[in-house]
Write a protein that binds this ligand. Structure first.
Ligand SMILES: CC(C)(COP(=O)(O)OP(=O)(O)OC[C@H]1O[C@@H](n2cnc3c(N)ncnc32)[C@H](O)[C@@H]1OP(=O)(O)O)[C@@H](O)C(=O)NCCC(=O)NCCS
Length: 220
């Protein structure tokens, strides 16, 4: 009986302290923007996600391969669920308010508590490209990263031959910091990468400027 109880104690992860990064990553608070809702993934999102994740054009400039079955999408969602459960960096799904369908993901690829930095990444269904949607999502996530997670620095990278992603980062006020030659081996090919960053001080001055991100636009 004693052994049985300690087995279950081992299985149940202790709840993260409120206000800590682990608590934030476990909850990933819902973010609402004018056209989008960002929320945690559930297995019910698999069909919607598979619909765009099977598109080779969507997968062309990311580290993952286009999904070949909805089972792969479910495996990815299970990975996200395990990240939430353990308070590790993960992604929101992007829900288009107009249709209530999941059309992409955005979130934390890496997080360093020692340096208080995180790396962001995203992808969006091809049907939604070119409407400013990822810019809207990334602005909101940066707001959450600095205001709620209280990062010192957020960074993001894109392959040099994927300038649309760089333009999203630029429109969000991130700064281009340089090119890392042959930085990432993606699907067997070493590719050049553009590094973008935003410091807390950059974000604060953007918020205070006329053209900056207005708090009232986003409910976290
Ligand atoms: C990259 C991606 C996220 C962009 O999302 P999006 O919602 O279409 O982006 P937005 O509409 O907010 O902004 C795109 C900007 O890039 C510009 N753009 C598009 N193609 C471009 C190109 N070939 N060269 C330069 N700029 C380009 C658009 O004109 C727009 O800028 P503008 O508003 O000044 O006109 C989306 O295309 C995507 O998910 N691609 C597949 C996955 C991926 O590449 N993820 C990023 C990995 S780092």
């Amino acid at each position: 009986m004693g052994e049985h109880r300690s087995f279950w104690r081992w299985l149940t992860l202790p709840a993260a302290e409120p206000g800590t990064p682990q608590d934030y990553f476990a909850r990933l608070p819902v973010i609402e923007t004018p056209r989008l809702i960002l929320r945690r993934a559930t297995l019910r999102d698999a069909e919607d996600m598979y619909r765009y994740a099977c598109d080779p054009e969507v997968a062309r400039h990311v580290l993952w391969n286009a999904h070949t079955s909805v089972w792969e999408t479910r495996a990815y969602i299970r990975f996200l669920l395990s990240q939430y459960r353990s308070g590790m960096p993960g992604s929101w799904v992007i829900v288009l308010r107009e249709t209530n369908r999941v059309v992409g993901t955005i979130g934390y690829m890496n997080y360093s508590a020692d340096h208080n930095t995180a790396e962001l990444g995203y992808s969006l269904s091809r049907a939604c490209w070119g409407q400013g949607l990822m810019t809207e999502a990334l602005k909101a996530v940066l707001e959450s990263a600095f205001r709620v997670l209280r990062l010192h620095r957020a960074e993001a990278m894109h392959f040099t031959d994927n300038p649309a992603s760089g333009r999203v980062m630029e429109k969000c006020g991130m700064r281009h910091e340089g090119r890392l030659r042959g930085r990432i081996c993606c699907k067997g090919v070493f590719r050049d990468v553009e590094m973008w960053g935003m410091l807390r001080s950059d974000w604060e001055s953007l918020r205070n400027s006329e053209c900056g991100i207005r708090n009232s636009e986003f409910r976290l």
